[in-house]
Design a binder for this molecule. Sequence first.
Ligand code: NAP
Length: 279
Amino acid sequence: MWVQELSSCDPGGVPKGPQNFPKTALGYIRGMTSHLTLITGASRGLGLAMCQQLLAQGHCVVAISRKPTELPVPPGAELLSWEQDLSQPLAAARRLEDWLLATGPARWASATLINNAGVVSTLAPLSGVPGEDLSNALRVGLEAPLLLTSAFLRATAGWGMPRKVLLISSGLGRRAMAGSASYCAAKAGMDHLARALALEEAEQPNGARVVSLAPGVIDTDMQTQLRGADPALFPERERFLALKSSGQLDSPAQAATKVLALLARADFGREPVTDVRSA
Ligand SMILES: NC(=O)c1ccc[n+]([C@@H]2O[C@H](COP(=O)([O-])OP(=O)(O)OC[C@H]3O[C@@H](n4cnc5c(N)ncnc54)[C@H](OP(=O)(O)O)[C@@H]3O)[C@@H](O)[C@H]2O)c1
């Protein structure tokens, strides 16, 4: 029967595309493979722009944020939008692992996890930031990527196709900045996580390729937050105002194009810690 010949990005039900998604689209026919990309923080900013470009390339995208990812889905692509709070990283990782195990490898030509979600806590010296705020920044910015990556690597360990993990880091993981210690710590942790993981995966048959990438400076809500900080508590506010006024910010679409170009390179993973501006 025709309906049984259709497969879906979602093992538990019908794909969540727009209502007019053609049911005969190639991506749904059993036997066809597509690229699976799981991406956190895909409701806005850089994550939303990457999601849009991946859908345009025909990927099946699992978008993970607190708010839904709302994008048109072109024929041949698929979008699953998970409303998931990454400040509860154990639950998020369990959901990811269960979904990957239920989905299995048969449909995919490649499997990629992009840990993109990140949080800047209140911009002030560490002693002046509420503990809940600091804890949230570390849970979303470091604990969630670590646990999601662990779940992804475990669930896909026996999959025979190329597997990649991309961690969206920051220049601030490598250069310290006063007033954002939790963000600097999360990004530095992410960089070193990538270095250690790359060593581990190099020992595995079909090990995943891992990169922690600084994506450049991007005109998103995060930059608005930096420019809106109290200058008495955040000395580098002026620098962020100047970057904006001198037109030095990439649009989310420009940054997404650069990041996805690096992800697609044949030598992706050769340098586990890198920067789009020097790669
Ligand atoms: N913008 C820059 O100049 C810049 C520079 C260097 C590095 N980066 C890095 O690039 C990445 C993307 O940044 P951006 O500028 O696009 O940030 P953004 O506009 O602030 O977007 C952050 C994303 O993270 C998600 N997120 C935040 N808290 C979450 C939570 N508790 N659970 C689930 N998702 C959560 C948000 O979704 P919801 O609110 O819907 O949950 C949103 O989709 C971050 O890792 C950031 O550190 C940015």
